[in-house]
Design a protein around this ligand. Structure first.
Ligand code: AGP
Length: 607
């Protein structure tokens, strides 16, 4: 997620903007820029890379003025570059934007048809042109913004500055956060609280569909009908680090709760429901190249390997293409059989994991096409792959991967639909249904997150266990593995994930009253078999926690966690949520360093 700041008041704007952007650096970015309004008009300074490069630019070419906007950008539409960095300008109008404009192609065509001269690949620049052409005809800036947001679909936090209207900034919000900070004779804007804490703790939080008019002596928030909204000013008492955690105790818990938004952002702009099409521009593979794919090799490490395992089920069952899965560390040292009709899909949050990068090299040397599923724009893996399917999870700070994992599953689901549409295995109407299901994922995740209170209770009882066994079947067997990994890596409890059907081939010897068993039991086609495993565990005195979408009073587990009933191929995403929450609350009970567990790094960049 990008960072937005704005300022209007008595101070010199440039240093305030830079300082505020620095407080948002933890969110990650690959370019930055500011625009400041002074007597001579608006001046922009933008740079690829980190803030230090923008500061060097400002040192050599300073800009004075008391009103301005600034932005740090994670590239989504258009790679990182000075031209694609925000703010974007059209005539007298400049704008910064967080979010994704879904109908940008249609807007771009109509603007080009009206002779607009575009200078970037971004969806944001289009918004500057849409407002500029209205204010150039004499329309009031606030009305021009109101008219413009009626034309755009998608998520946005937008801040506008105009040479025609130097006394105010105009802010528009929909699905991307924005906060207005009240100062003494000065007013601040930011996409997140940490940016403002040094200047003010008095903040108002805008809601979706609202527009704010921000002046040095104050601000007013209006609804879509231009009616004033009485929004209370809250006194924020957090310290800076707590603010980065958004008030959550740990980054991991914040990132668990960010998953509805992260999955929404990963879906956004990539689905055409009416045609059942999936469009991911950065895949960079022609339809012919994708259609000629005869075998897919998924590779990853840790949680990313679990995502790859789910990907195998999705690709084989939806697109009917054979898929193999390997640990990066195994794949890189064996002699896999790939060729020009192979598609190698490395999965990695960081895009810097040494074993996964090495696996990419093996695949490329054997002539395979490569598409990485990655969360960090322009990471080594993204740069070295033929194409990339970016998960838009935003920076994941906690070592334990959560929102990156569920967005990887989302990306692999969309990739499977795309492949199935290309090879004809998924007809348009079936694809439309699959994509409509995907669009409901954020709501299902929200529902699963509501289990947190009961999981907090359950976690207390489990936090003294020395060993825990996780069982699942089919597409959810990798989620048993993921649940076990989450628990072991942050609570230091030994945990194992197993296919439930493997019980009788060994793990059942472990079952006794001291061995809690977490069983994934959705009412899918495996249900009768997994129910049999449940009975086997109970018959040996095991304590079972079941995670199910159809609680059954006739069962007598120690604990039941009821999740929403979802289509089979999306169940892994929803079943993961209680796994994450259980591991988190057990670790908190045990007092471990949840965000920075012992011996672990966020990205294993060495073999
Ligand atoms: C997951 O919670 C762990 N942090 C770890 O297994 C991680 O998934 C693995 O190191 C792969 O990292 P990557 O996704 O950045 O490649």
């Amino acid at each position: 997620m990008c960072g937005i700041v704005g300022y209007i008041g008595g101070r010199d704007a440039a240093p305030v903007l830079i300082d505020s952007l620095r407080k948002l650096e933890y969110r990650g970015y690959d370019s930055a820029g500011i625009a400041v309004l002074n007597g001579g008009g608006i001046e922009l300074r933008r740079a690829e890379g980190k803030l230090a490069r923008l500061e060097a630019l400002l040192a050599s070419a300073p800009i004075d003025g008391h009103a301005g906007i600034g932005h740090t950008r994670w590239a989504t539409h258009g790679g990182p570059s000075e031209a694609n960095a925000h703010p974007h300008r059209a005539g007298d109008t400049v704008v910064v934007h967080n979010g994704i404009i879904e109908n940008y192609l249609e807007l771009k065509q109509s603007l080009l048809g009206r002779g607009a001269a575009l200078t970037s690949d971004t969806d944001t620049e289009l918004v500057a042109h849409l407002v500029e052409e209205k204010t150039a005809r004499g329309m009031d800036l606030l009305d021009a913004v109101r008219e413009t947001i009626r034309e755009i679909n998608g998520s946005y936090a937008l801040v506008f500055l105009s040479q025609r209207d130097p006394q105010r900034l105009i802010v528009a919000k929909n699905a991307s956060p924005i906060v207005v900070g009240a100062g003494d004779g000065e007013t601040f804007i930011a996409s997140d609280i940490p940016a403002l804490l040094e200047y003010t703790r008095d903040m108002a939080f805008m809601e979706d569909g609202e527009i704010a008019e921000v002046r040095a002596d104050g601000f007013r928030i209006l609804d879509s009908e231009r009616r004033a909204v009485a929004r209370p000013i809250r006194r924020i008492t957090w310290d800076a680090v707590a603010a980065q955690k958004g008030g959550y105790r740990h980054f991991m818990l914040k990132e668990i709760h960010e998953q509805p938004q992260a999955v929404t952002d990963t879906l956004r702009g990539r689905i055409a429901l009416e045609s059942g099409a999936v469009d991911v521009a950065e895949l960079n593979l022609t339809e012919d190249q994708l259609a000629r794919t005869r075998k897919i090799h998924l590779v990853g490490c840790g949680t990313a390997w679990h995502a790859a395992l789910v990907g195998k089920f999705l690709i084989e069952e939806l697109a009917r293409i054979p898929a193999e899965v390997d640990y990066g560390s195994e794949f890189r040292h064996r002699t896999p059989l790939l060729g020009a009709d192979s598609l190698l899909v490395p999965v990695s949050q960081s895009g810097e994991t040494a074993d996964t990068l090495a696996a990419l090299g093996v695949g490329r040397r054997q002539g395979a096409r490569t598409v990485s599923v990655c969360n960090v724009v322009d990471s080594s893996l993204a740069r070295k792959s033929d194409g990339v399917f970016y998960t838009h999870a935003g920076p994941e700070i906690s070592v334990a991967s959560t929102k990156a994992f569920t967005t990887q599953l989302t990306a692999l689901y969309l990739l499977a639909v795309r492949l199935g549409r290309l090879n004809g295995r998924i007809p348009p109407d079936a694809a439309t249904r699959l994509l409509e299901d995907a669009m409901r994922l954020p709501g299902w995740i929200e529902a699963a997150l509501k289990l947190e209170d009961s999981i907090h209770t359950l976690a207390h009882g489990l936090s003294h266990a020395d060993n825990v066994l996780y069982l699942g079947r089919g597409i959810n067997y990798p989620i048993a593995l993921e649940g076990a990994l989450k628990l072991k890596e942050i609570s230091y409890i030994h945990a194992e994930g197993y296919p439930a059907g493997e019980m009788k081939h060994g793990p059942i010897a472990l079952i006794d009253e001291d061995m809690p068993v977490v069983m994934l039991l959705p009412n899918d086609h495996y249900y009768p078999k997994t129910l049999g495993n449940l009975k086997e565990v109970e018959a040996r005195g095991g304590n079972v926690v079941i995670v199910t979408d159809e609680p059954d009073e006739s069962l007598a587990p120690e604990f039941t966690l009821a999740v929403p009933k979802v289509p089979y191929h999306l169940a892994p995403v929803v079943l993961t949520i209680p796994m994450q929450l259980l591991a988190y609350h057990i670790a908190v009970h045990r007092g471990t360093d949840v965000d920075q567990p012992r011996n672990l790094a966020k990205s294993v960049t060495v073999e």
